[in-house]
Ligand binder design. Structure first.
Ligand SMILES: *Cc1c(COP(=O)(O)O)cnc(C)c1O
Length: 403
C-alpha cells in the first residue's frame, strides 16, 4: 500500500495524472517547457523562494483570506451550514493572483525580464499585470480584438498597471487566436521571457505548477475550518473553468474523507454550444498541448462553448480534474446561467457579499443541496468578487426581482 500523500504522487514526472495531462507540443515549445519545469523543480525546494512567496502572500495579497459562516443563507435554506472561503478578498479580487505571483517570482528567479500571456475576459491579464508590476517585469498580454471591445474596464486596468496589450486581429479574434499569438511572441524570445498560463491547463509543468501555487487556498481552509468548527467540512464545492480555484481548495482535503464537488456551467442548456460543461458532456482528446476531457464538434475540433461567466467558458478542463473524476474521487454537477444569477443576488442581498458570476455557480449548487443535508457542513470556494459583473447583470436581469 502506498501512503505517500496524493499531492506527492501526482502528476508523474512526465506530467501525467493517470492517462491525462502530459505535453503534446512542437519541439521548440517542448524545449521551453522543459526549461521551466527544471527551474520550477529546483526553485520549489529553495528556502529563499518559499520565504519570499510567504512574505508576498501575507503583506501584498492580504492572506490568509478568511472563512465566513453564511448565517443568513444557512438560516434561509434551513439545512446544511454554508461556509465561504473568501478568495474575493485576495488582492485584485480573485484567486488568480495566487498563481500569478508564483509565476512572477519564478520568472524573477530564472532571470527573465518579461511575462507573456493571453487573456480572454481579461481577468488573467489583470492578475498577471499586477504580478509584473510588483516584480518590476515587463508584461505583454495578447487579447482578441472582439474581447478588447467587450472587456473594456479590464483593458484599462492592464494598461494602468503598465502592461502592453497586444490586439489580435486574425481568425475569430478571441481567446484561441490570442493563445496562438502569445505563444508566437514567446517563442521569439524564450530566453528573456516567460509564458504564464492562467489555469491548471496547458502542457506540463503548468497544470502541476499552477495547482501547487493554488494549494495555499486548501491548506488555509483546512486549518481555518478545523479551528472554527472543530471538524472538517462534509462537502467542498468549487466552480470549474480550467479548474485552478477548484484544485486549490480540493488539494487541502484530497486525502481526507471529504466529498469534493466541481461545478460546471450549463449555460442555456445541454445542447452542444449552449454550455461549457466539459467533464459532464465531453470525451477524451488533446487540445492546447495536453490530454484531457473536452467538448468536440463533429469535425473533432474543440466545440464552441458558452457560459454567462466568461471565466468558465472553456471547451476543456485541467487534466487533474479529468483524472480525479475518472477515479471517482470528485463529483461533477452543473448549474445554469439562471441558477447562477439567482445565487448571485441571494448572496448579495442575504449576506452583503457580491460574488463573481463564476463563483455564483459553486454557491448555487450548495444552495441546491443544502436543504436536504441538515447537520452537515458545506464549504464553498468563493473564487472572486462580482464588481466586474454588476453592469452586465443589471442590464440583463435588473435587480433580481424576476428570479
Ligand atoms: C478565472 C476565474 C475562474 C475560473 O478559473 P479556474 O481556473 O477554473 O478557477 C473562477 N472564478 C473567478 C472569479 C475567475 O476569475
Amino acid at each position: 500500500m502506498n501512503h505517500k500523500p496524493y499531492l506527492k504522487q501526482f502528476p508523474d514526472e512526465k506530467g501525467f495524472f493517470g492517462a491525462y495531462g502530459g505535453s503534446y507540443v512542437p519541439e521548440n515549445i517542448a524545449k521551453a517547457m522543459e526549461e521551466i519545469n527544471t527551474a520550477y523543480n529546483l526553485i520549489a525546494q529553495n528556502s529563499d523562494f518559499i520565504a519570499e512567496l510567504r512574505k508576498i502572500r501575507k503583506h501584498f495579497q492580504g492572506r490568509p483570506t478568511p472563512i465566513y459562516f453564511a448565517h443568513n443563507l444557512t438560516h434561509k435554506y434551513g439545512g446544511a451550514g454554508i461556509y465561504l472561503k473568501r478568495e474575493d478578498l485576495n488582492h485584485t479580487g480573485a484567486h488568480k493572483l495566487n498563481h500569478c505571483m508564483g509565476e512572477g517570482l519564478l520568472a524573477k528567479f530564472m532571470g527573465k525580464k518579461k511575462l507573456i500571456a493571453e487573456t480572454g475576459a481579461g481577468q488573467h491579464g489583470v492578475a498577471l499585470a499586477t504580478a509584473a508590476a510588483y516584480f518590476g517585469l515587463e508584461c505583454e498580454i495578447h487579447m482578441g480584438e472582439v474581447d478588447i471591445a467587450k472587456e473594456h474596464p479590464n483593458v484599462v486596468r492592464m494598461k494602468i498597471l503598465g502592461a502592453k496589450v497586444v490586439p489580435v486581429s486574425f481568425g475569430a479574434k478571441t481567446l484561441k487566436e490570442a493563445v496562438d499569438s502569445a505563444f508566437e511572441a514567446y517563442l521569439k524570445d524564450p530566453i528573456n521571457s516567460m509564458y504564464a498560463i492562467g489555469s491548471v491547463v496547458g502542457p506540463h509543468p503548468f497544470p502541476k505548477m499552477v495547482r501547487d501555487f493554488q494549494t495555499i487556498v486548501g491548506v488555509e481552509s483546512k486549518e481555518q475550518f478545523l479551528e472554527m468548527t472543530g471538524e472538517l467540512p462534509d462537502i467542498v464545492i468549487a466552480c470549474v473553468g480550467g479548474g485552478s480555484n477548484a484544485m486549490g481548495i480540493f488539494s487541502g482535503f484530497i486525502d481526507d474523507a471529504v466529498e469534493l464537488i466541481g461545478v460546471e456551467p450549463l449555460g442555456m442548456g445541454d445542447a452542444l454550444g449552449d454550455h461549457a460543461a466539459s467533464l459532464t458532456y465531453g470525451s477524451e482528446g488533446i487540445m492546447h498541448g495536453f490530454n484531457s476531457i473536452m467538448l468536440k464538434s463533429s469535425d473533432n475540433n474543440p466545440a464552441p462553448v458558452y457560459s454567462i461567466a466568461s471565466g468558465l467558458d472553456y471547451p476543456s478542463v485541467g487534466p487533474e480534474h479529468a483524472y480525479l473524476h475518472h477515479i471517482k474521487r470528485t463529483q461533477v454537477a452543473t448549474i445554469s446561467d439562471k441558477e447562477a444569477i439567482s445565487a448571485f443576488f441571494d448572496l448579495s442581498k442575504q449576506e452583503g457579499i457580491i460574488p463573481a458570476i463564476e463563483s455564483s455557480h459553486a454557491l448555487a449548487h450548495a444552495l441546491k443541496i443544502a436543504p436536504t443535508l441538515k447537520g452537515k457542513k458545506i464549504l464553498v470556494n468563493l473564487s472572486g468578487r462580482g464588481d466586474k459583473d454588476i453592469d452586465f447583470v443589471v442590464e440583463k436581469y435588473g435587480y433580481g426581482e424576476s428570479l
